[in-house]
Write a protein that binds this ligand. Structure first.
Ligand SMILES: [Fe+2]
Length: 206
């Protein structure tokens, strides 16, 4: 029997979001973040302070991130509730160092902010489709990867970018192939407001 036609349609799509906040971050703030005390984080370095957006010096950056979360809630998720930053921290990948694959618990959306000049070549952020071990690896032909079948997606950040993504997504940072450190900020978020319905006894006020 001949195939008269065939088509593939997206059922659900996983977004990531990129905003740019050039002009928001001052040289003084960059110096403040770079001077935060850093501790070991398996391969790379993480700030000892895990609520850096609570520092008064970074208030304007926190406000810019809030504006971006507001856009995402309103225009991408289209929800009436509000997203707000929970924890926030800085990260440094020195030369030849990357960051292991991980996802973020107890968070709705996570984000990265590239607050200063990035090294060249810029180590990518890599997202993986599968959240756990795959016993059967049905990898597509490399030349035929697309949104339906690709096992990974690579994002190359630019200075002053804020990247938002679902916290459940597994992601990693490629090894920094340059000779200078790669700096970034990361943060988690949660939702507040009223969820569900009073009469359906599904109401939850956060
Ligand atoms: Fe992360």
């Amino acid at each position: 029997m001949p195939i008269v036609s065939h088509e593939v349609y997206p059922l659900f799509v996983e977004p990531y979001f990129r905003a740019n906040v050039a002009g928001t971050i001052t040289p003084k703030q960059i110096a403040f973040i770079k001077n935060l005390k850093m501790v070991n984080n398996m391969e790379n370095l993480i700030s000892e302070n895990l609520y850096i957006f609570e520092e008064p010096e970074l208030r304007s950056i926190k406000d810019a991130v809030q504006d971006v979360l507001d856009i995402y809630a309103r225009e991408v998720m289209c929800i009436p509730q509000k997203l707000y930053v929970t924890q926030s921290w800085s990260l440094t990948c020195n030369s030849q160092v990357g960051m292991h694959g991980h996802s973020h618990s107890n968070s709705v959306l996570s984000g990265s902010l590239y607050y200063c000049e990035l090294p060249s070549p810029t180590a990518s952020m890599i997202f993986t489709r599968h959240l756990s071990y795959q016993q059967i690896d049905l990898a597509p032909d490399a030349s035929k990867r697309n949104v339906y079948n690709t096992p990974i997606n690579r994002i190359i950040p630019k200075q002053d970018d804020i990247i938002l993504f679902s916290s459940r997504l597994t992601h990693l940072v490629e090894q920094n192939a340059s000779s200078v450190p790669r700096h970034s900020i990361a943060f988690n978020s949660f939702v507040k407001g009223r969820l569900g319905n009073y009469r359906d006894v599904s109401e939850l006020v956060l």
